[in-house]
Design a protein around this ligand. Structure first.
Ligand SMILES: Nc1ncnc2c1ncn2[C@@H]1O[C@H](COP(=O)(O)OP(=O)(O)OP(=O)(O)O)[C@@H](O)[C@H]1O
Ligand SMILES: O=C(O)c1ccc[n+]([C@@H]2O[C@H](COP(=O)([O-])O)[C@@H](O)[C@H]2O)c1
Length: 192
């Protein structure tokens, strides 16, 4: 069986935290690939203000230098609320040769009890949790924990910095920052 990690996310925008956790888990668990799956509408947040096509493009730019990272647009194509159980059922059907590992930060680990049909979901896919500042990795569910360096970066922080015209150089990959500037996303106005 091919061992494949999944990193689902709103990626609004993608940042180096996403790339680091994907690579740390990939190497720690000997996964062949990690598939980045942008949500259409995240189940637990307000709909993103950033159109899906921008989030897809930015995710593609973020992962392009890593041959083990792939973009999968299954949730964007499905539209509506991106319940993970629907995605996993579909992926299991489409890829019977793959064993999937769904990577989540500790914020999502804490939230797991509220996920749609979680008791069935945890039987269909192996969750992998990584630490995140301000959240506990403790859970009643049978997840694999991978120890990673703590990365205190979030898309919220990136959006906030851009709104205040602060640079996000090195916090997001260079090509993503160039895309944000080119498309004038998040209210960023280039002054230097
Ligand atoms: N710095 C980080 N450390 C660990 N996990 C992270 C980090 N950033 C994101 N993740 C995890 O990556 C997945 C996708 O995250 P998402 O795209 O929502 O980014 P985010 O930074 O959490 O966004 P926002 O700030 O808008 O909520 C989630 O499982 C989240 O927990
Ligand atoms: O299916 C659910 O109920 C569910 C609840 C919360 C989060 N998720 C998934 O977890 C991933 C991270 O979510 P987010 O919104 O923090 O980017 C993304 O793939 C979401 O679809 C899924």
């Amino acid at each position: 069986m091919k061992r494949v990690g999944i990193l689902g996310g709103t990626f609004d925008p993608p940042h180096i935290g996403h790339l680091i956790i994907a690579e740390e888990v990939r190497t720690a668990l000997s996964l062949e690939e990690v598939w980045f799956i942008p949500t259409y509408t995240p189940p637990h947040k307000n709909a993103s203000q950033t159109e899906a096509h921008h989030r897809i493009q930015m995710t593609e730019l973020a992962i392009k230098s890593n041959p083990n990272f792939k973009l999968n647009s299954i949730e964007i194509e499905r539209s509506g609320k991106s319940y993970t159980i629907e995605t996993i059922k579909k992926l299991n059907l489409l890829h019977p040769d793959c064993d999937f590992y769904f990577i989540i930060g500790a914020d999502m680990v804490e939230y797991l009890p509220n996920w749609h049909q979680v008791d069935e979901l945890v039987k269909l896919v192996q969750f992998v949790g990584v630490k995140r500042s301000g959240y506990e990795l403790q859970t009643e569910y049978d997840i694999v924990k991978v120890d990673i360096p703590l990365i205190d970066i979030s898309s919220t922080m990136v959006r906030e910095r851009l709104r205040n015209n602060k640079t996000v150089n090195y916090i997001v990959p260079e090509a993503v920052f160039a895309y944000i500037r080119g498309e004038s996303l998040y209210g960023f106005k280039q002054s230097n």
